[in-house]
Design a protein around this ligand. Structure first.
Ligand code: JF5
Length: 236
């Protein structure tokens, strides 16, 4: 999978060189490139923002630098005969990002993340590129960040780890929280007793059926307690 990121803080994404995704990059499974939006602002101060029409506090990101940056990425993809990439715009006004969406995006060949700052990006950027590529406004959660970079990083990690081959043992991707709508069961490892707290006996019984039943019950109980919203009415 190819991932392009357009941002005024490209150095923010250097961390991807060292994390789990770093190995995937050297293995050629993930090709991640960060582009500096300011390279596409050609005035003396490399201006990427301006005051909002209609007034109001804060600044809005100008459309021209985005147009030049995104055209460059699109032209390169089209020139290479690739499928049209999907544009992801992290935004508080977006559709909630979920594990299901991460799995959907992990099937694609090419994602482009547009990291907004300030009050956001001029609406015409989304309106224009919707004519040329799939565009998804996605929200990480119901809170406001200063920019899309942190949200993009989270989404890139959630998607990247689902790309086949990125995670060594695909089994570890199964039975995770939200994988099938339930939270994951509690986990334990050695020592058997720690500060007077014991590992549940069933987990040391060697009875795999009893372990599986206990784990499933724990998942339902934990989901009912912490995230009743994830349970349909019939389970509640
Ligand atoms: O704040 C966020 O994105 C940064 C952003 C983008 C556009 C305008 C303001 C802020 C965000 C919150 N949940 N998911 C994303």
């Amino acid at each position: 999978m190819r991932i392009d990121i357009v941002t005024i803080f490209p150095e923010f994404f250097r961390v991807l060189d060292v994390s789990l995704l770093g190995r995937a990059r050297t293995a050629g499974l993930l090709d991640v490139r960060a582009h500096d939006l300011r390279d596409h602002a050609h005035d003396r101060h490399r201006t990427v923002d301006d005051t909002p029409y209609g007034g109001g506090a804060g600044m809005v990101m100008k459309p021209e630098p985005w147009g030049e940056a995104l055209d460059g990425i699109l032209d390169e993809a089209e020139g290479a005969g690739e499928t049209v990439p999907t544009l992801i715009v992290p935004s508080p006004a977006g559709e909630p990002f979920t594990q299901a969406i991460a799995a959907e995006l992990a099937q694609l060949d090419h994602l482009v993340f547009a990291c907004g700052r300030y009050e956001g990006i001029d609406q015409r950027v989304v309106d224009h590129y919707e004519e040329r590529m799939p565009v998804r406004l996605l929200s990480l959660g119901d809170y406001v960040l200063n920019g899309g970079e942190v949200a993009a990083m989270a989404m890139i990690e959630a998607v990247g780890r689902l790309v086949p081959g990125v995670v060594g043992n695909p089994e570890s991707l199964v039975e995770e929280s939200h994988e099938d709508g339930l939270l994951e069961y509690p986990s334990y490892t050695k020592p058997q007793v720690w500060r007077g707290l014991e590992v549940p006996d069933v987990l040391r019984s060697g009875n795999h059926g009893a372990v599986a039943a206990w784990r499933h019950e724990q998942r339902i109980e934990r989901t009912r307690r912490v995230r009743p919203d994830l349970l349909g009415d019939d389970d509640a």
